[in-house]
Design a binder for this molecule. Sequence first.
Ligand SMILES: [Zn+2]
Length: 426
Amino acid sequence: MTSLNTATALNGIANLRLPAWLLPPSWPQQSGEPATADLRFEDGKISSLTPSHPPQLDLWDAQGALALPGMIEPHAHLDKTFTIGRSRPSKPGLLAAIETMHQDRQHWTAEDLQQRGKRGLAWAAAHGVTHLRTHIDWFTATPPVAWHEMAHVEEHGVTLERVALVPLGLFANASVADDIARAVAQSGEHCLLGGFIHSSNWDPAAMKNLMHSASAWQLNLDLHIDEELTATAHGLTWLAHYLSENAFSGHICCSHGCALASGSEGQAQEVLALLAAQRVTLIALPMTNLLLQDAVVGRTPRQRGITVLKEAQVAGIPTLLGCDNVQDAFCPAGSYDPLDTLSCALFSLQLDTLFDQQSRLICDSAALTGNAHTQSPLAEGSAATLVVFPGSNIATWPLNSAARLVIHHGRLTHQRTWNQELSHES
Ligand SMILES: [Zn+2]
């Protein structure tokens, strides 16, 4: 594989192994797998996607490397990230992490937020993320400094969405709920309303105000909901029944939903069926759930704490995987690489057909936005934006896939290479 440079626009890439979910049903097979593809670019857009036909001398030859469209990071916290050095919780678990984070907020100046937020977004872009949704803590009727500062965090080629992460109790006052929703709506596009909904703050009247204010301001929602193992957690059950009786014009993402895995199968199936009917998206966060659920000092966790992702997929619910917290009081590790998240899900959720089917969990921007008119990635006319994993194969991917090339609108923007000469293959 010859090297590329960032200066020239590519005519296209030959001999790419794309995932089955991305290809039309009629795509030819080769030894039981989708045949490799040739992609041609024109003015930064895809002009054709065809089964490989060598030689294509004007195209760069990927030699059968795996490739995905630009990846998405559907759930991050850029306001909290990279604070672990000064903000380490003394106890395990979600509520202790929240307490520690509150103490760290005294350091959240404009400069501190900008510096950490930019770093997080730059790391994500270098891995091949082209769409990142960050939640931003919001504790009063008016927007926090972080809401404004994150609006100025930019990275070429990455769409950044902001979600107001408001504790449910703040919506108990209808006029405050309206103030918050109005401020979010007036912040421009790529802004959503959200809430932290948990047994510790459960309030059905506040839930109604949250739904009404989102509807009144035509906002989409992304909710931290039932991030706990309490079988009687109310959030998703309440929401599912509310939506079956009340029209909601926007799209809803539900993040976490851990409690669904604690109740009975019948209860989970009923909730999933109702959410599927409303096209609600479920976002699982395997890394922080494994770390923060069933977390007791000196005791090995017995439960995985992750939502019922496979059952949600069978029920027809759009599903995604997110990283959640990176290097903060909630999670000390992480690097904004969606492949880390997928690798974690491979084991914790026992996923199979990782590349050909489940890689969609880190690429499906239509599932994130609910926009049914989103063009299929890499279809003719869409952005020539993709991530190539040199030297990869489906037996090891997503593990051992640090090497990669990120192509934005037909040009190489980031690359991390595998040095064959220094490897010890015999
Ligand atoms: Zn979160």
